[in-house]
Design a protein around this ligand. Structure first.
Ligand code: KIV
Ligand code: ZN
Length: 498
């Protein structure tokens, strides 16, 4: 029988702990509403006792989001539990997630206590939380490094005290998949009242094994998965929600299912990345910019012949319109022919050879060859290396007491156009000026600046991803002046809009 795995999203709690990723209440509510659309069963909205801001966010999410269970984290401390219960007052369905460290490290060096005392505190915390809601989850912090015999005693005790879910966190991301799975199996086989609770996985990614450990936990009996969008979280992050969900969906042999609407995955990933200002690495599984992009000739040829040759997931399943065939110096004739055909050109083999050879010349000089370039190539005219849109000049005014303003001059088909705009910084002002000039509605999806050698005189590499009418376009530039590099990358992306 198919086993329904609950998805517990902790992007707004464990994910938000990452330095620089903090969101305000309005942003958290926006993410929570998107998680509701995504189909998360439980949303961990925050740790209310930690700050008035967190308290407010949990209360506002409790009012705004109705379908998922709203959960608040606490330590095994009465005051934390009371504050969490208050923050959840307006929730349609509420859960208190309380717990304590159970490994020898935590008991000895963090809590300065002993095993019997910790059992007592765990039991009391769960009983106290049950006074406020019937839905209580207990976490045994650092369960990954807790002996299985002691963990089993803790789990039995908290289930007797009223916990309906028992969370087995691999807090330090230490376990191997087999080890984590065995831990879950041991609980299933040795805790007498385990049938009264759901086992939850909560894996960190310090050894890059969070997803594998989570799947191993499920295979051994866990019924709930804790995860974050894009795998964000403490240190190397948490289990990536999209990876577990798509692994379950793609492997039909595994008899599991989730309630996630996978077509919302990309939208959710982009929202979290944008609001948290946390770029997604291009090769990130499922949601990275290159996850569905094919650039080598052999792969492009294969994917054009039959998508499944090189794709295990239909991009539409995660909300991406189509995979991307990136035309670069490594592309083969098949990809070029395919794209030219889409643009309305067809060639005899011999003619195609000539276009292909001109294409390779151009591709050697450019990172990526766009449709405008192809049209010129196909028109058999001289290869025009000048881009369609080009930054002619840029002047920015910025500083501590100045309203950032940018004046941008762009050339388009030989004519030069000028525009001045303001913004919240020199780059924002420049982007606004470009948008006003080209009169296109674009949304900045990703903006990544990287220093090459890290010195202050370094060259900055800028990658930009924009969205226009549901399609994504990428731009790139490098310059020692990062504002100029940013504007050039932005123009590079805008110039690709068809
Ligand atoms: O990693 C962890 O142990 C946690 C708990 C607080 C659930 O995030
Ligand atoms: Zn955690």
């Amino acid at each position: 029988m198919t086993r329904r795995i609950k998805i517990f999203d902790t992007t707004l709690r464990d994910g938000e702990q990452v330095p620089g990723c903090q969101l305000n209440t309005v942003e958290k509510v926006e993410v929570a509403k998107q998680l509701e659309k995504l189909g998360a069963d439980i949303i961990e909205a925050g740790f209310p006792v930690s700050s008035p801001g967190d308290f407010k966010s949990v209360s506002e999410i409790s009012k705004a989001v109705r379908s998922p269970v709203i959960c608040a984290l606490t330590r095994a401390v009465k005051k934390d539990i009371e504050v969490a219960a208050n923050s959840l007052q307006n929730a349609e369905r509420k859960r208190i997630h309380t717990g304590i460290g159970t490994s020898d490290y935590h008991i000895k060096y963090k809590l300065e206590s002993d095993h019997e005392e910790i059992l007592k505190r765990a039991e009391e915390a769960v009983k106290y939380a049950r006074k406020f809601t019937d839905d209580v989850e207990f976490y045994a912090e650092d369960a990954g490094r807790t002996s299985k015999e002691y963990l089993a005693r803790v789990v039995e005790t908290v289930i007797n005290a009223g916990a309906g879910t028992v969370n087995i966190p691999d807090t330090t991301g230490y376990c191997l998949p087999s080890e984590y799975g065995e831990k879950v199996a041991y609980l299933v086989n040795n805790v007498p009242n385990i049938d009264k609770a759901i086992i939850s996985t909560h894996c960190h990614n310090d050894l890059g094994m969070a997803t594998a450990n989570t799947l191993s936990g499920i295979a051994n009996g866990a019924g709930q998965v804790e995860a974050t969008v894009n795998g964000i979280g403490e240190r190397a992050g948490n289990t990536a929600l999209e990876e577990v969900v798509m692994a379950i969906k793609s492997h039909h042999l595994l008899d599991y299912e989730t309630g996630i609407d996978t077509t919302q995955i990309l939208k959710t990933s982009r929202l979290v990345s944008t609001l948290m200002r946390m770029p997604v690495q291009p090769n990130k599984a499922i949601v990275g910019r290159n996850a569905f992009a094919h650039s080598s000739g052999i792969h492009q040829d294969g994917v054009l012949k039959h998508r499944q040759n090189y794709e295990i997931i239909d991009p539409a399943e995660v909300g991406l319109k189509k995979s991307v065939i990136e035309l670069t110096a490594r592309s083969g004739r098949a990809a070029l022919k395919h794209r030219l055909k889409q643009l309305g050109y067809s060639f005899e083999e011999e003619e195609l050879d000539q276009v292909y050879s001109r294409f390779l010349d151009l591709a050697d000089k450019k990172k990526s060859v766009g449709d405008e370039d192809l049209q010129i190539l196909a028109g058999k005219g001289k290869v025009k290396e000048k881009p369609l849109l080009e930054l002619v000049s840029l002047q920015v005014l910025s500083g501590k007491t100045t309203i950032p303003t940018a004046t941008v001059q762009i050339s388009f088909k030989g004519d030069v156009f000028t525009e001045t705009a303001g913004g919240n910084g020199p780059i924002d002002a420049s982007f606004n000026a470009v948008v006003n000039l080209v009169k296109r509605r674009v949304r900045l999806e990703e903006f990544l600046i990287q220093a090459i050698t890290r010195g202050s005189d370094d060259t900055g590499k800028v990658h930009v991803q924009i969205e226009h009418k549901g399609d994504n376009y990428y731009g790139f530039s490098a310059n020692t002046d990062i504002v100029t590099a940013s504007v050039e990358a932005f123009i590079d992306a805008v110039a690709k809009i068809r």
